[in-house]
Ligand binder design. Structure first.
Ligand code: 1GP
Length: 240
């Protein structure tokens, strides 16, 4: 199943979510019409990734599930796509190439589709798990040209997608100026080069603004885990 088009993605963290909870999120996501589901964690949740991915697939039939891995340890074949992330905002070789090499034996045995994705961490007002686990600094939130240069460089290298990340639970989501600058750097199809934006998005209005600024996919995680006080449908509508 392909992850294409535009809309809302719900991120499920397998460290904080049981198989039973994932089944419930899958059912809600399906009923609300989300565009896709992401599964992953910056800190290894390898033990449960497989089980949580399977629960999502079973309970959200017809909705693509993509792995958003924190490391090669999280690989599972219970997904339709692996976001093959390179943390290009940082300069830590482990997240630029090492985890990718470690993923090869698994991918040779389990031919799951991959999407080469430039993962760009933007300052969201607090130290997030991605920053501390990867030991990389985010890019400043007030330098759109710097973020756009990273996106352009990634495309010139041959990457197929860009993911702008403020970090899970960020105080401030990725600023709209940064989304706009990166959208200009990564023009829409052809070819298809999706722009993902996530981290700290807590209201449907923020989701709508991110889409209007040029995000193809808006990702929410924490608000869903907390049992969104806004209906999931309102987010889906806003990100349509
Ligand atoms: C996905 O890390 C985000 O990019 C999820 O962030 O948990 O803040 O929604 P939240």
């Amino acid at each position: 199943m392909k992850l294409d088009g535009q809309g809302l993605l719900v991120l499920v963290d397998p460290v904080r979510t049981s198989g039973v909870e994932a089944a419930e999120i899958g059912r809600q996501a399906k009923a609300a019409g989300v565009r896709g589901l992401l599964i992953g964690s910056s800190f290894d949740g390898a033990a449960q990734t497989h089980e949580v991915a399977r629960a999502l697939r079973t309970h959200a039939p017809g909705i693509p599930v993509a792995l958003f891995p924190g490391s090669a340890m999280q690989l599972t074949d219970q997904v339709d796509l692996v976001l093959f992330l390179s943390l290009v905002s940082g300069r830590n070789p482990q997240y630029l190439i090492e985890e990718h090499v470690r993923a090869v034996p698994f991918l040779q045995q389990h031919p799951v589709a991959t999407l080469s994705t430039a993962y760009i961490l933007i300052d969201g007002g607090r130290v997030t798990s991605v920053e501390s686990v990867s030991q990389t600094r985010p890019l400043p939130a007030d330098k759109p040209e710097l973020a756009a240069a990273h996106a352009t460089a990634a495309l010139l290298i041959g990457m197929q997608a860009v993911y702008l990340e403020a970090g899970s639970g960020a105080e401030r989501p990725v600023p709209l100026d940064i989304i706009r600058a990166c959208r200009s750097a990564v023009p829409p199809p052809p070819p298809d080069r999706p722009l993902f934006v996530g981290g700290g998005i807590r209201t449907p209005e923020q989701a709508r603004a991110a889409r209007a600024a040029g995000a193809d996919f808006v990702v929410i995680g924490t608000v869903v885990e907390e049992g969104a006080k806004h209906d999931l449908r309102a987010f889906v509508e806003a990100a349509r």
